[in-house]
Design a protein around this ligand. Structure first.
Ligand SMILES: [Zn+2]
Length: 251
């Protein structure tokens, strides 16, 4: 075990109220590509900034659904990986009190974590933009992956939009405010697999730091907050986090 991981364990042992902030990098080991990354293959035909924007969705929902279909297929079949499991162990046996995630893929829940704040929404529900009808989306996801047909509102027949935050939309306010509350009151924030590029979520570690929290960043790439962090581990979350959590699991 290297010194950095020992240092991270020490910080966690001293913590009473730790919070994790996770991004796309925690789900790439589960086979879900970061759609912001040009290497994901999801840029081949469409620019996500256009097709996955709220304006783009309203103008051409069929393009949005064509673009998201391969991603939906991967999400439907993905399993939580050792990084998700490690955070569940840190919640069960360690000081981790909450997970704030930018991911919509439901994998933290499926890994057994209980206090999860999905600041960019999730795929459990969908909303009709015409009549406001909200419906469960789990069946919809299965059907959409199977048929590639756009899901429609059972009341008015218009297209349903999954309850995920698209570009140009504000994150769900109550969830985001709860996440801000955790950031302002934690004594340790672990950023895992987020390149901290999407505002306003990327400001949460800064808020934590300004309120006296320690900050640990685990990511393959540099982030804008590396210089302010107490510890930066440049590594794969699926390798680093299990080493961290294993020191909390009773033998
Ligand atoms: Zn409707």
């Amino acid at each position: 075990m290297n010194n950095q991981i020992e240092q991270a364990i020490k910080f966690f042992k001293q913590s009473k109220r730790a919070v994790a902030l996770t991004g796309a990098g925690i789900s790439t080991p589960s086979g879900i590509p970061d759609f912001r990354s040009p290497s994901s293959g999801l840029w081949n035909k469409y620019d996500p900034m256009v097709v996955a924007s709220i304006d783009g969705f309203k103008r051409r929902p069929e393009e949005f659904y064509r673009w998201i279909h391969p991603l939906a297929d991967l999400i439907l079949h993905a399993e939580p990986n050792p990084a998700h499991m490690a955070l569940t162990e840190l919640e069960t046996h360690g000081p981790l009190k909450a997970i704030i995630t930018q991911n919509i893929d439901l994998l933290h829940h499926r890994a057994g974590s209980s206090n999860v704040y999905e600041v960019h929404g999730h795929l459990r529900q969908a909303t009709c933009l015409s009549c406001g009808y909200v419906t469960g989306a789990e069946r919809m996801l299965v059907d959409f992956v199977a048929t590639a047909e756009m899901p429609r509102c059972e009341l008015c027949g218009d297209v349903l939009k999954p309850n995920v935050t698209l570009y140009g939309e504000v994150p769900p306010l109550n969830i985001f405010q709860a996440a801000e509350g955790w950031a302002a009151t934690c004594d340790l924030m672990l950023v895992a697999g987020s390149s901290l590029q999407v505002m306003p979520v990327a400001e949460l570690p800064l808020l934590a730091r300004q309120n006296g929290s320690r900050l640990i960043i685990v990511d393959l790439l540099e982030t804008y907050l590396d210089e302010m962090a107490d510890l930066v581990i440049r590594g794969d979350v699926a390798e680093v986090l299990p080493q961290l959590s294993s020191s909390f699991v009773p033998q």
